[in-house]
Design a protein around this ligand. Structure first.
Ligand SMILES: Cc1cc2nc3c(=O)[nH]c(=O)nc-3n(C[C@H](O)[C@H](O)[C@H](O)COP(=O)(O)O)c2cc1C
Length: 194
């Protein structure tokens, strides 16, 4: 399978970066082909300019889709699956990834006369400081699943899944040491079995 990995973290010394590396090792071990969008490395523009806002809100299909957005859409069209890897920021993805959806999910492509290919699989790997128990008790896990799986992917993939790699709070290095090996193994297996 050809897999687009949309990776979003500002630091290469992060746990999330290690997760991305292990996930890609798993993909390669299974013979999958990787197409990468490293949003910080690309310095992908994620604040929406007025022209794009007008295009989206008033369905001004006459206005052009910018080249950087078209390039991301072309990557999607060339792939069978998509994986997003990012840290949870305030019960959401980092603004850079939210902005990627704002700009790449354009009218005439991802909605309103949708022409986007239906992907075989969409996977979210969200690295969280809080524990899974805490994310469940507060309803935050369900909220993130609703937004990512229910809204942003919706019918755009046949199979969709969200995995939380939890307990990675740098307040508590002991907890991280305990959780990290298990999570990195999970990341590898998610790639290998994608
Ligand atoms: C601005 C900011 C907001 C955060 N908000 C949350 C949050 O709402 N829930 C959570 O579980 N962790 C939160 N975290 C912790 C990150 O998810 C943490 O970066 C993640 O566990 C992965 O560690 P890493 O950054 O080393 O990859 C936040 C971190 C930052 C910097």
């Amino acid at each position: 399978m050809r897999v687009l990995v949309v990776y979003c973290h500002p630091s290469r010394t992060s746990f999330t970066h290690e997760v991305q590396e292990r996930f890609c090792e798993g993909l390669r071990a299974a013979g999958h082909e990787i197409v990468m969008s490293d949003l910080y490395d690309m310095d992908f523009r994620t604040d929406m300019p007025e022209e794009e806002f007008l295009r989206e809100t008033y369905y001004r299909g006459d206005l052009p889709v910018p080249d950087d957005v078209r390039a991301e859409q072309d990557k999607i069209e060339s792939c069978d699956g998509i994986a997003f890897i990012y840290p949870v920021f305030w019960t959401e993805a980092p603004a850079k990834l939210v902005g990627w959806f704002d700009r790449v999910w354009t009218a005439g492509y991802a909605y309103a006369d949708c022409t986007m290919r239906i992907l075989d699989k969409a996977l979210f790997i969200a690295c969280a400081g809080k524990t899974l128990q805490s994310l469940e008790e507060t309803g935050n896990k369900a909220a993130m699943e609703t937004v990512m799986l229910g809204d942003r992917i919706n019918q755009r993939a046949r199979e969709k899944r969200m995995v939380f790699l939890d307990g990675i709070s740098h307040y508590d290095e002991e907890l991280i040491a305990q959780m990290k090996p298990k999570h990195l193994e999970t990341a590898y297996e998610l790639g290998r079995t994608f």
